[in-house]
Design a protein. Structure first.
Length: 254
């Protein structure tokens, strides 16, 4: 009993440490991704000035014949309002040079819109993805003693490593080999027959858990199962990867 208690305590501590590490990684990545979204949104906002710069350049060009050389300002009629509008000029350059500079800046801002919009879309998608992972981690915070939760937490770690949000753990290869060996051992035990004994039950559980660990989450044996009021079985993944499998593959099984 005492050994079982300390073993459970150690497992709970390891679960909590890994969870906190993953949660911290996701929080830092979210902060960075949200910062990129704000920066790209500001760039797009600044890019919106291209039409105004184009309009000012057009006004100067249309009034070149009446702007004296060396003028620092000139008053023209605003085509949109019909009111007088004062335009600033570079007195060291001909008025046409000011207009050309405004045209160049307007073109540059328009190009920025084309370049920034895809980056903004990508950053927003990253934020949405990380928020999903964050929600999934919240559901795995408390150690329940269910081995499937530990597997799901490892899957989140693998997902973050694959996304280059964190470095792979030193024991990654060892864990993969251990899970594969556990799967083979459980399969051999099951083939010999376990009946209804506790040993047979543990072997079946090990098979399910190891299968999920080995195939990277494609096996959804560890997904949570609920019964709806209508009597239907509802599967809920323990992390983002399992939910993707449930929605794209399992939902197609009839």
């Amino acid at each position: 009993m005492l050994e079982e208690y300390y073993e459970a305590l150690t497992t709970a501590e390891a679960h909590a440490q890994l969870h906190d590490k993953l949660a911290g990684t996701v929080a830092a990545a979210l902060k960075k991704a949200r910062g990129k979204v704000r920066a790209f949104e500001q760039q797009l906002k600044d890019s919106g000035r291209s039409q105004e710069l184009q309009r000012l350049a057009d006004l100067i060009t249309a009034n070149l014949y009446r702007i004296p050389a060396g003028s620092a300002t000139t008053v023209v009629e605003d085509w949109e309002t019909g009111q007088p509008l004062t335009l600033e000029l570079d007195p060291t350059k001909p008025p046409v040079a000011t207009a050309e500079a405004l045209y160049r800046k307007a073109r540059k801002l328009r190009r920025a819109v084309d370049a920034v919009q895809p980056l903004l879309d990508e950053a927003r998608a990253e934020v949405a993805y990380l928020e999903d992972v964050e929600v999934g981690l919240a559901g795995l915070k408390r150690w329940t003693g269910d081995a499937a939760d530990a597997v799901a937490l490892r899957e989140v770690q693998d997902e973050l490593v694959a996304g280059k949000y964190m470095k792979p753990p030193p024991d990654a290869a060892l864990a993969q080999k251990t899970a594969a060996r556990a799967l083979k051992a459980a399969a051999r035990a099951a083939s010999k027959g376990g009946g209804g004994s506790k040993k047979g039950t543990r072997g079946a559980a090990a098979t399910a858990t190891a299968a999920v660990a080995v195939d990277g989450g494609q096996n959804v044996t560890s997904a949570r199962r609920y019964i709806s009021p209508g009597g239907f079985t509802v599967l809920v993944g323990r992390n983002n990867k399992q939910n993707d499998v449930l929605s794209t593959q399992v939902s197609q099984w009839k």
